[in-house]
Structure formats: structure tokens, C-alpha cells
Design a protein around this ligand. Structure first.
Ligand SMILES: [Zn+2]
Ligand SMILES: [Zn+2]
Length: 343
């Protein structure tokens, strides 16, 4: 079976690996769709991000759906032929944070396609994947591509939980890649009254309008676009910072009203921030990293038609065209979410 393996920056290969057998509590999946994520792109473009560096070849991918080919011993509640969304979150369920219900902070996390630990945790871009039944959420009624969107959606549902009360709030989203767009969708679903989206590319901002933003501002063309929101110490209750850019964070902080909340999702490495404003306006800074329980919530909301991720999937490429898929995913003037069709 084919696997998509990153060896170093710009060295992505399709390799042949043996198919594994599902053990007790596991299933064998025929992969259906796999979304290319910002972190996959970082490995492809730069061989890592921040202090995280590739030290050995690694199968990429953590946004996947698949069709169950075979059940291992003792698996109930799933059946062969069923489409499932596969959560890449594999906590140990026994460390102190797992026991406290903070599975995303697991001390022994084995999140697919991550070079954070060494040996690296191999990812899910492979034609046949053995996964724990616990990772699989039935996705009946969804397309393979929608089911593969459950992972980035879960990231944004978790961020929305980290933002706290959302009903009637005014929300600013900086950075309108897939995570920014799914943050808009999640905030609206949670009751946000007004959502303003900021980016430096017109294509992504047009997508933000499409998924429900009330207004967009291109701060490259209109550097003073946020000025009206700075009156009376600021306007927004919540900032979803999805760009990882220090300039966006600073602009967002200036536009937050007193006691507003920053939810930091963007991973841009360490950055300086206007701490005087944080102190004087009594802002909260909440990091948000991955998810756990929100994965199944996201699948349920999609299945009920309460969240529609289809507009985000701009391109689907065949497995053999994965290289052009990665180049396409790098082009933010026309691609939002690029997915690989494995079957
Ligand atoms: Zn992702
Ligand atoms: Zn744990």
C-alpha cells in the first residue's frame, strides 16, 4: 500500500509499506480522504516549525476519513463498509492530565504525523490504516471529504470552548485559512452576534464571507481598517488569533474591549505582545491546542446539518498527485482546504 512520507523539506515521497493487521480493539480502514493541514505544509516547506524538526522519515497526515475494511477482535458498534472520521488524538487515558479530563494535554500523546516526540509519531496518509476503534466516529450521511474535516473543525470547537460564553458576543478573527474559517463557523454556531474577519488576502476573505462573517477587512490594502473598532478602548469581546503573526495579535488586542478574551490558535513561534494593553484592559489570554471530546461533537453537528464545511474544500487531488496537491495547498490565493482522495 502507498504511504506519503516526508524525508526533509521539499522531499516528499510515495512509498510502499506493508498492510498491518488490526489487533484487539482495532479496525483496518481503507483511507477515503485526507486533508493537507498547515502543519503538514510546515514539514513540507521547512522540515518542521519552531523547535520541532524532522529527525527521521515520517508519514504525514492527521485529517482523515476511511471506510472500515475489517474489524479486529472485540470491536463493537462499528461495521465493515462504514465511513468513519478518524480522530488523530491518541492520548494514553492514564496519565495525570488524562485522568483530569484534559486529554489534549496528555503526557504520552501519540497524535498522528507529529515530529514533536522522537521517535516521531507516524501519520495517517496511507491507503490502509490500522486505528483504534475508539478513534473512529461513524460518519454516515457525510461525504469522505466532510468526514476528513472533523479534525480542523474539532480544533475550532475546542477554541470556542476556551473562549467561554459566546452568546451575543462580538468576535474578531485574524487569519482566514481553514482554522480561521472554521472558527467563524464555530463561533456563530455558539451564538456570536457579530463576526469580523481580518486577513491580507482577498480570496480567503471572500471565503470568510461565504461561511458567515458579517464583515471582512484586508489589512494589507486597508491598514486602518480596524480603526473604527478601537473607539472606547475597543469593541470585540473575543479574538480568535489564527494567523500566528505578531502584527495580527497586536491589532486584535488593540480592538478588544476591556476584559476581552484572546484565544491563541495560530502557531507562529514565540512573539512579543503588547503586554501593557493586556494589563490595562484586563484581557485574558487563552491558548488553545488540539482537542479531544470535540471531535465527535463536530461529526455530530455536521451530520445534523448544523455545520457545513463543504465550501472550505476547494480542491481534491488523487494520491499519485500528492506533490501538486501540496504545491496547491501552499497557494493561498486560490486554495483553502486541499484534500487527497485515497479511494
Ligand atoms: Zn490539522
Ligand atoms: Zn495521558
Amino acid at each position: 500500500m502507498k504511504s506519503i512520507v516526508i524525508h526533509a523539506a521539499k522531499d516528499l515521497r510515495i512509498e510502499d509499506h506493508p498492510v498491518e493487521e488490526p489487533g484487539p480493539g482495532q479496525v483496518l480502514l481503507r483511507l477515503a480522504a485526507g486533508g493537507i493541514c498547515g502543519s503538514d505544509l510546515h514539514y513540507y516547506n521547512h522540515g518542521g516549525f519552531g523547535t520541532v524538526r524532522l529527525k527521521e522519515p515520517m508519514i504525514l497526515g492527521h485529517e482523515v476519513s476511511g471506510v472500515i475494511e475489517k474489524l479486529g477482535p472485540g470491536v463493537g458498534g462499528l461495521e465493515a463498509g462504514q465511513l468513519v472520521a478518524v480522530s488523530p488524538s491518541r492520548p494514553c487515558y492514564s496519565c495525570r492530565y488524562c485522568r483530569e479530563g484534559m486529554h489534549n494535554q496528555c503526557l504520552n500523546m501519540r497524535f498522528y504525523g507529529s515530529a514533536m516526540p522522537f521517535p516521531h509519531i507516524q501519520g495517517a496518509f496511507r491507503e490502509m490504516l490500522v486505528a483504534d476503534a475508539l478513534q473512529c466516529v461513524p460518519a454516515d450521511g457525510l461525504s469522505a471529504g466532510e468526514a476528513a474535516m472533523a479534525e480542523p473543525l474539532a480544533v475550532c470547537l475546542h477554541a470556542t470552548r476556551r473562549a467561554g460564553e459566546m452568546l451575543g458576543k462580538r468576535v474578531l478573527v485574524t487569519g482566514c485559512g481553514p482554522i480561521g474559517l472554521l472558527s467563524i463557523i464555530s463561533a456563530r454556531r455558539a451564538g456570536a452576534a457579530e463576526i469580523v474577519a481580518v486577513d491580507i488576502a482577498d480570496f480567503t476573505l471572500s471565503m470568510a464571507m461565504r461561511v458567515g462573517a458579517d464583515r471582512t477587512i484586508n489589512t494589507r490594502n486597508d491598514p486602518e481598517g480596524l480603526a473604527p473598532y478601537l473607539a472606547d478602548k475597543g469593541t470585540f469581546d473575543v479574538l480568535y488569533e489564527c494567523s500566528g503573526a505578531a502584527a495580527a495579535l497586536a491589532q486584535g488586542i488593540a480592538a478588544l474591549r476591556p476584559r476581552g478574551c484572546i484565544v491563541q490558535l495560530g502557531l507562529g513561534g514565540d512573539m512579543t505582545l503588547p503586554m501593557m494593553a493586556v494589563t490595562a484592559k484586563e484581557l485574558s489570554i487563552n491558548g488553545s491546542f488540539r482537542f479531544h471530546a470535540e471531535f465527535a461533537v463536530g461529526v455530530e453537528l455536521m451530520r445534523k446539518g448544523l455545520i457545513d464545511v463543504k465550501p472550505l474544500i476547494t480542491h481534491t487531488v488523487a494520491c499519485d498527485e500528492v506533490l501538486s496537491g501540496f504545491d496547491l495547498a501552499n497557494d493561498r490565493s486560490r486554495a483553502m482546504k486541499v484534500q487527497i482522495a485515497f479511494a
